[in-house]
Design a protein around this ligand. Structure first.
Ligand code: LMR
Length: 392
């Protein structure tokens, strides 16, 4: 049967990890996959995470199974942190998932099971969104809504696109720090989206993967909270990869907002069944770490402080990048409108390739850059490389 398969290309984003590692040039710059880096280019384990791991090592009584819902203490602590008081607690159910991707996959399968056939996605979006929903049987419908030249989000265009959506369709929304553009709606924009979603009877799926890396921990959840408060039913996929630096531990959660406790119990039972059929039970280590941190005031404070330092680093790198001003047709100053880890520059695939070959600068083929991949010196090198590119 395997003879019926066709060879699939490597994932273009993940391929950059290997390409960069194999490049012997010492001045190479990795702006590829979205991981946080410090000024020395390291992705350290956060201090609060190390402390929680130490505690886990000495105190964990057993590694026996927990169940398809994972660590419910983790899910509860996270729910408070993420949802605030946007929705009454009895309207929310949640479970632990393998990373934000596991949460999205479960969301997609729940939608398919609920008869949802289409999900509207502002484009460009994270490269894995459309394939993930399509594979689960929910067809993505893209709404172009970003202008790379001005680094702006076209709210009217997005709302008009949603005007085509039928009742019962879903819509995907990036909670904060849009990946790959870095531009989020402002508060008024979120309210306009929430109204449109509610009036058209759409089911929002909020992907919140960068809380704390944009404007601040609570502010970054405001968009998601505005949406969840406006509708009877919604899903929120959460990732702890970036804000707890847990990447390979695959730590995430899926929350469902339901009209009442009874429908919540039905939704939860379906999520458990889907989880069981997918991975049976999620990996424990990352979720246990997050729970230990969130249940301990001083560890929470330590983690929040470290996260805030990371956020400020992203902000200052973005400002340094924007200070390059206009280089040829590229207006770097506009990058200052964004926040979080990413920006996408108006570069062609040929230019991206040229920057890699000539200047050892690695980024996604779309022109997306991971701002945390810079240090202050690398920002200057990047400006010079762009000047070199436009001069040729
Ligand atoms: C990214 O977009 O770089 C990250 O979210 C990593 C991934 O899984 O694609």
């Amino acid at each position: 049967r395997f003879a019926t398969l066709t060879r699939q290309p490597d994932d273009p984003l993940l391929r950059i990890i290997g390409q960069h590692a194999a490049d012997p040039r010492t001045n190479k710059i990795d702006l590829g996959v979205g991981v946080f880096r410090d000024e020395e280019g390291r992705t350290p384990v956060m201090t609060a995470v190390k402390a929680a791991e130490a505690r886990l090592l000495t105190e964990q009584p057993s590694k026996s199974y927990l169940g398809p819902e994972g660590d419910i203490g983790f899910v509860r602590a996270l729910a408070t942190l993420v949802l605030g008081d946007a929705v009454a607690a009895e309207r929310v159910v949640g479970l632990q998932t393998p990373g934000g991707t596991g949460a999205l996959r479960l969301a997609a399968e729940l939608l398919a099971r609920s008869g949802v056939e289409r999900i509207w996605i502002g484009s460009p979006s994270w490269a894995n969104h459309a394939p993930l929903f399509r594979q689960a049987g929910v067809e993505p419908a893209m709404i172009p809504c970003f202008d790379l030249n001005t680094q702006s989000f076209d709210l009217d265009g997005f709302l008009t696109g949603l005007g085509e959506a039928g009742a019962g369709d879903a819509v995907l929304l990036h909670g904060c720090c849009h990946n790959p553009i870095g531009i989020d709606p402002d508060a008024a924009g979120w309210h306009a989206i929430a109204s449109r979603v509610a009036e058209r009877g759409l089911l929002p799926v909020v992907d919140l993967a960068y809380q704390g890396l944009g404007d601040g921990f609570d502010v970054d959840a405001q968009g998601a909270r505005t949406i969840l408060a406006a509708v009877p039913e919604a899903l929120l996929a959460y990732s702890c990869d970036k804000n707890f630096g847990l990447y390979r531990e695959r730590t995430g959660a899926l929350f469902a907002v339901t009209p009442d406790r009874d429908s919540g119990a039905t939704v939860f039972s379906n999520l458990l069944a889907l989880a069981r059929a997918n991975w049976s039970m999620p990996p424990d280590h990352g979720a246990a770490i997050v729970r230990i941190i969130l249940e301990d005031e001083s560890l929470t404070a330590e983690w929040r402080e470290e996260l805030e330092t990371m956020r400020q680093r992203l902000e200052s790198l973005r400002a340094a990048l924007a200070a390059g001003g206009r280089i040829g047709t590229i207006d770097l100053a506009a990058v200052a409108h964004g926040k979080g880890m990413f920006a996408t520059l108006p570069l062609s695939p040929t230019q991206v390739e040229w920057l890699r070959d000539r200047h050892a600068i690695y980024m996604a083929g779309s022109g997306r850059i991971n701002i945390a991949g810079f240090n202050m010196a690398a920002v200057q090198t990047f400006h010079e490389a762009l000047r070199d590119m436009v001069a040729k």
